[in-house]
Design a protein around this ligand. Structure first.
Ligand SMILES: NC(=O)c1ccc[n+]([C@@H]2O[C@H](COP(=O)([O-])OP(=O)(O)OC[C@H]3O[C@@H](n4cnc5c(N)ncnc54)[C@H](OP(=O)(O)O)[C@@H]3O)[C@@H](O)[C@H]2O)c1
Length: 242
């Protein structure tokens, strides 16, 4: 199995890259800015006996996707798993947003993944069990009080995932994992009090871990998940049900 995980230098992407490697996949480790961290993930995957290499691209810059694809193709001519995980969650009130904030978030979460998927389709179609997994957010469904560009882009991403699930079937499954609050750099700015308040709102009584999200992604990415497509698995400790 060969997998590409976007945004794998840290957080959920890093946990997913390591989990897929542990499950027996070779893993291409995409990152944007944290090269040393991405190299460390590559080293860890190689330590598990799997092939791995880093790939750099800013998904907000659509012109970088051609180069990303060419770099991947220099290593592999097939791809089994594509995990669209890369993302950022800038927070500001709606009145302070600019049109460019919306455009950037849409590029990172929807247009970039659409472009990357299109570029990699010939490789995915060569797989006997092509898998695409999008990392969404509970905010795609609920909206965000201080992150309207992000919530808008995550909702657009959901439309993309479901459209691809229809259009790429049969042959390639396309599914979504929608985390709630997960302990990564995204929540690093929260105070201890904000974290406690967050945890109180979650039936599980705590913030989730990147490994818990990676486990759901790994299941959807596995060859055993043959009859699941267009589905969304919430990984949110019960924060949002249904
Ligand atoms: N943590 C949460 O509470 C939470 C909740 C719901 C959904 N999510 C979603 O989960 C995914 C991963 O988030 P995380 O919490 O693991 O965040 P994280 O620790 O901040 O990691 C984000 C990853 O995405 C990459 N990235 C960010 N902007 C990028 C861009 N413009 N182009 C390419 N790569 C970019 C980063 O690369 P560099 O570090 O190398 O720049 C990094 O590898 C995101 O899609 C996020 O929306 C997270």
């Amino acid at each position: 199995m060969r997998a590409l995980v976007t945004g794998a230098s840290q957080g959920i992407g890093r946990a997913t890259a390591l989990r897929l490697a542990r499950d027996g996949s070779d893993v291409a480790v995409h990152y944007r800015a944290h090269a040393a961290e991405a190299d460390a993930v590559v080293d860890q995957v190689r330590t598990m006996g799997r092939d791995s290499f880093p790939l750099r691209a800013d998904l907000a810059d659509l012109s970088s996707i051609d180069a990303l694809t060419r770099q991947l193709q220099a290593h592999w001519d097939t791809l089994d798993v594509l995990v669209h995980n890369a993302g950022s969650y800038p927070r500001q009130s709606f009145s302070k947003t600019r049109d460019s904030d919306f455009e950037e978030q849409l590029r990172i979460h929807a247009v970039g993944p659409a472009s990357l998927t299109r570029h990699l389709l010939p490789l995915l179609r060569r797989s006997v069990s092509g898998r695409i997994v999008f990392v969404s957010s509970v905010l795609a469904f609920e909206g965000s009080r201080r992150g309207s560009p992000y919530a808008t882009a995550k909702a657009a991403q959901l439309g993309l995932a479901r459209s691809l699930a229809r259009e790429l079937a049969p042959g390639i499954t396309v599914n979504v994992v929608a985390p709630g609050a997960v302990d990564t750099a995204v929540l690093a700015a929260d105070s201890a009090q904000q974290r406690e308040e967050r945890a109180r709102q979650i039936p599980a009584g705590r913030i989730g871990t990147a490994d818990e999200v990676a486990a759901a992604i790994a299941f959807l990415a596995s060859p055993t998940a043959t009859y699941i497509t267009g589905a969304t698995i919430p990984v949110n400790g019960g924060l949002r049900m249904g």
